[in-house]
Each structure stands twice: as C-alpha cells, then as structure tokens.
Design a protein around this ligand. Structure first.
Ligand SMILES: *Cc1c(COP(=O)(O)O)cnc(C)c1O
Length: 495
C-alpha cells in the first residue's frame, strides 16, 4: 500500500508522493501532508554505520513509497555527490558545548541545497511516472537562498524551466550576485519592488490562477513549486536529523536512545517541521527550539497561540528568516487541529483576509514539543563575536540567531540536554555582517576582499561558490512591480 498525501484544506484530495511532488501545492491552496508519519524501522546500530546516501534512502523510502528502489537511489546519488565539498555531506562540529550540524556544504553554501539538489531529480522521475507531457515550470519566491539553490538544481534539466522572484532590496550582495549570474537556458531571475512576503503572495496568486493554468496547458506548460511547501523539499530535510543523531551515537557523544534537543533558525518553518517529522518517526528528540530574528511572529505564536502578521516587516542581517507568513506552519496547524481540514481552511482564510488567526486552547496543548524565542540584531551579532572569540569558530548570521536562542533557552529552563543546532549558511554568504559582528572594520571594502579577510581569520578556505562569482557576468537584470509578476512569467514563456 502506498503512503498517500492529503491536502490540509480538503481531506478528500488524496494523491501519491510523486503526484504531490509534481503539484507542489494542492488546488485548494492547501499543503500536502502524509496521511500518517511512517516509523523509522531501521535500528540505531544500523543507522550508525550508514553513509549520508544510505541514511537518505532509509528515511525517504518510507515517505516516497511509489518510487522504486532504483529510482530513489538514482535521485539520491545524483544529488549528494561532488557538488558537496565533503563526503560527509552534513558534518557535525562540536563547539561551545553544542553540536553544529553544518548544512551548507552544497553548491550554494546554504542549507537549501540539502533539498534542492535532489528535488529536480524527484520531479523528473515523478513526471515520467505520471505520464506528464507538459514542460514543468518551476515558479519560486525567494528570500535569498532558495532561488539560487533551486536554479542551481534545475539549470538545464531537460523538461523543466524555472522562474525565480526575489525582493530587489531584501537579499545580501552575495546572494544577489549568485542569482543574477546564474547560467542555464531554462532559467529566469526577476527582482521585485517589494519584500519576500510580496513575492511569495504574488507567486501564490499566479499558482491559483485557473485561467492562466488553462492557457499554460494549451501552450504545453504546467507549474510546479520548488518552495519549501513541496513535500519533495520537506522529506529530504528529515534525513539530516536522523543522520546527525546516528553520528552522535556512533561517535560516542550520546547513549543509545538518549534524547537530544534540536535548535533551528526558522523562517518558513520547513526545516524545523522536518525535525518534528523526524521526531514523529521515532527519533529521540525532546524539544524543538524554534529561533526567530526580529520578525518574531513565531515566537509570539508560541507565547500566545495567536498568529498575527500585522506588524512592521523588519529587514535584518539574517534575511532568509525575514518572513511574516511561515507557510509550512500550516502543516503543524492541521496536525494539532486533529487533521481537521475545515478548521485548517478557516484559520488560513482568516490569515489571508485579516492577517491573523488564533488557535484553540486544546490545540495549544499539543505544542509542548516546541519552544520559541528570538534574537535581536545586537544579540545575534554578539553571539557571533563571542563564539569566535572563545572558540575560534565562525558561524553565519542565521545560525547565530539559533545559537543565541539556544543560550536563552538554557538560561531560562536549566535544561542541559545535548543539542544539535542547525547551521544553515556558510559565514561566507553573509561575510560583511559576520565580520562586522566580529569587530572588523569593513568600510570601503568589497565583498570579495572581505571574503579573503574572513578566510584568514577563520582559517577556512573561501568556498568555491564565492570564488565562482568574483568574475561571473550579470545575466539577469529584470526588475518588476508586484502586479506585473504574472506578465513577466508570460513573457519568459513566450505566451
Ligand atoms: C531558508 C533559510 C532559513 C529558514 O529555513 P525555513 O525552512 O524557511 O524555516 C534559515 N537560514 C538560512 C540560511 C536559510 O537559507
């Protein structure tokens, strides 16, 4: 029996894994969730001996049951190869009493690579499986990292095209340069005058446009999403929590079945939801610590049970977390609402109409696995500074938010459970902010000079991803207003 996926807003919609991957979002606007979370039925001693790729198969095969062993292994091996600069794929680094799970060793040096290097393969296999003849058009809004990682994954993959929208003034210089220099005949990068939420809402509107869908079909195209709402993104992210746990055990850092905490710098709620799913599979995780920056909607939500996006959007030095609508939270809402599609749909309607919703006391009681807090800009900077000063280890601005919140959690609760901190980007992706936090004067120096400086200070080589864009020509310079996003897509598709 295949594991099926149903929409959070209409339980009668049930699809296979490959269909969910192709669709991205359900037609009713809901997200696909597995009907049940499968158990991790491999012993810890076996997991401890596995490579990253083997762990990926052990986990993903439980979720993507309509993929054959050969298909899934092909996807895994095509994704987790030399694109990563270490055979460990996701190494654990012990520093300052915590374990940093470095998820940034892929081609764009941010954790989005963990899922986006495999998604194109999952998608092309899914298309074949479902006799899709149309060309698949990936439409994505990015707060900086997703866009580049998606393009790197999809560039020149036959049968696909990809359009990426990003907030023109809301990403780091390195992030922007990475995107606008992207090669590939099938890729298009477009800046918008607006913030990430504007980009995401615009993309959602295009996805939901039924007339456009018909026209597209006639022209031989169909949309899919590479955003973190796609279960083809979510499922590969569960893998590294299992892998990290097995490594801690294999290295003698924890006892068998000892519970650990997981700390995740959170934006769209995808990464932490993957950790939650890992826990549901049976991985011994105690607390899921959700770290926010000054856009602390999630912290307020965990404090009060009220999700309220009606507030000022703050641009921070951790731009990939500058998000007021955490799309993946809907999967958790659906679950704590007792898999009630009507209730979930009503919350989401309230969110889109009033910018807020309030969950019931019974639902709040089911949030005991989570702890939320946030770090201000000054606190995050101090965290980078102190960690470097005391341990010589340099972390990026997003990971700093997580480490800061982890320390707040420890101070508040006295809980000394061993903890894995998801380290979501290389410090070389946010060089200026990182160096400034370390107390280096960056005035008048360009980002590449700064990368060289960071390399000296941290004793880590400048990553290939940064070296590559030093001299790469700008290939994309389109910038549009939010209402013109749809027209821009049409133009790119020649419609
Ligand atoms: C995307 C991203 C995040 C947030 O992850 P979500 O899954 O959206 O919560 C955190 N840090 C970095 C560097 C990212 O790119």
């Amino acid at each position: 029996m295949d594991l099926l996926y149903r929409s959070t807003r209409d339980s009668s919609v049930q699809v296979t894994a490959s269909q969910a991957i192709l669709k991205g979002l359900s037609a009713d606007g809901g997200l696909f969730v597995p009907v049940e979370i499968p158990a991790l039925d491999v012993s810890l001693d076996e997991l401890a001996k596995m490579s990253y790729q083997e762990t990926a198969y052990a986990v993903m095969s439980k979720f993507l049951t309509d993929f054959t062993e050969g298909e899934l292994k092909h996807c895994i091996d095509s994704a987790y190869d030399e694109k990563f600069d270490t055979p460990e794929i996701a190494p654990l680094v012990k520093a300052d009493g915590a374990y940093f799970l470095e998820l940034f060793h892929g081609s764009t040096i941010a954790f989005k690579d963990m899922a986006l290097s495999i998604l194109p393969h999952l998608m092309t296999v899914s298309a074949k499986k479902n006799q899709v003849k149309n060309e698949i058009v990936i439409l994505t809004a990015t707060s900086g990292d997703t866009g580049k990682a998606a393009m790197a994954g999809f560039a020149d993959v036959p049968g696909t095209r990809i359009v990426v929208f990003y907030p023109k003034n809301g990403v780091s210089p390195v992030q922007e340069k990475q995107m606008v220099t992207q090669k590939g005949k099938n890729v298009k990068v477009i800046g918008i005058h607006g913030n990430f939420d504007d980009a995401q809402s615009g993309v959602k509107a295009i996805f939901g446009d039924k007339d456009l869908a018909k026209e597209m079909d006639a022209a031989g195209f169909q949309f899919s999403s590479a955003n973190s709402i796609n279960i083809g993104r979510l499922v590969p992210q569960i893998v590294y929590y299992v892998y990290a746990y097995a490594k801690l055990y294999a290295n003698g850092e924890i006892e068998k079945n000892e519970k650990i905490n997981v700390v995740v710098p959170t934006g769209n709620f995808g990464n932490i939801l993957a950790a939650y799913y890992a826990k549901q599979m049976g991985l011994p995780i105690a607390k899921l610590i959700c770290a926010s920056n000054d856009n602390k909607v999630l912290y307020d939500f965990f404090q009060t049970g009220s999700y309220d996006r009606n507030r000022k959007f703050v641009l921070t030095t951790s731009p990939s977390m500058d998000i007021l609508i955490s799309s993946n939270l809907e999967r958790l809402i659906y679950r704590i609402a007792g898999h009630d599609d009507k209730a979930d749909a009503a919350f989401m309607k309230s969110l889109s109409e009033n910018g807020k919703y309030e969950i019931t006391p019974a639902m709040r009681e089911k949030l005991g696995d989570f702890y939320g807090n946030y770090a201000t800009e000054a606190e995050a900077a101090k965290t980078i500074h102190d960690l470097y000063d005391e341990n010589g280890y340099v972390i990026d601005t997003h990971t700093a938010v997580a480490d800061c919140v982890y320390k707040k959690y420890q101070a508040e609760t006295g809980d000394r459970t061993k903890s894995v901190i998801a380290s979501t980007a290389s410090p070389f992706k946010f060089t200026r902010s990182v160096l400034e936090a370390m107390g280096v004067d960056c005035e008048g120096k360009d980002d590449f000079a700064l990368a060289d400086e960071l390399s000296k200070l941290s004793d880590v080589a400048v990553p290939k991803a940064v070296e590559e864009i030093r001299t790469a020509p700008v290939l994309h310079d389109t910038v549009v207003e939010v209402p013109d996003m749809k027209a821009a897509v049409r133009t790119f598709l020649g419609m």
